[in-house]
Design a protein around this ligand. Structure first.
Ligand code: CA2
Length: 155
């Protein structure tokens, strides 16, 4: 199985994020998941990277994406595991197991919300976490990930 690194990053979105832009705009804004994925693709291109964007409402499928990232030798992961961030030791373990530089993103400021959102298992497996920047957090996460792995923006 190939494990050499390539120029792809995985952008993983978890449960209910397919509903972005359709409800709760006061919390998550008006942008859709398609908008998020377009933003990620455009940002990745600026660094000579390619963004492979996936969304799933299923914990096991998200774990499969993380394992696949390792098998394909991707260079980094940006993950918004949605509510699984707060509950999933399995996702934490998958991220720790693959040892791929990971940034966690939350669209909302999870620390300004209910107490049950204040803890993230997946954050412990990430080298950085961004929250509260709206969907711009994905752009910032890719930029930070690129810096972390030593990739500068292309002229
Ligand atoms: O702020 C974030 O990005 C969250 O990861 C979003 C999760 C939430 O459970 C986390 O605590 C914080 C929920 C995503 C739900 O997204 C929806 C979007 C529109 C309508 C309904 C849900």
């Amino acid at each position: 199985m190939a494990t050499t690194s390539n120029q792809t990053i995985y952008v993983l979105n978890g449960p209910n994020l397919n509903l972005l832009g359709t409800r709760e705009p006061e919390t998550y804004g008006h942008a859709t998941l398609a908008d998020v994925e377009a933003l990620c693709a455009a940002t990745a291109t600026q660094f000579g990277l390619s963004a492979d964007c996936r969304q799933s409402n299923h914990e096991g499928e998200l774990i499969d994406f993380i394992h696949e990232a390792k098998a394909k030798g991707v260079t980094g992961i940006v993950i918004n595991a949605g509510a699984y961030s707060h509950t999933s030791i399995a996702l934490h373990d998958a991220l720790v197991g693959v040892k791929i530089p990971t940034v966690e993103v939350h669209i909302s400021n999870i620390y300004a919300r209910e107490a049950f959102r204040h803890h993230s298992f997946t954050a412990k497996a990430a080298f950085a976490t961004l929250c509260g920047f709206g969907i711009d957090g994905y752009r910032l996460a890719i930029s930070g990930l690129a810096a972390r792995i030593g990739i500068k923006a292309k002229a």
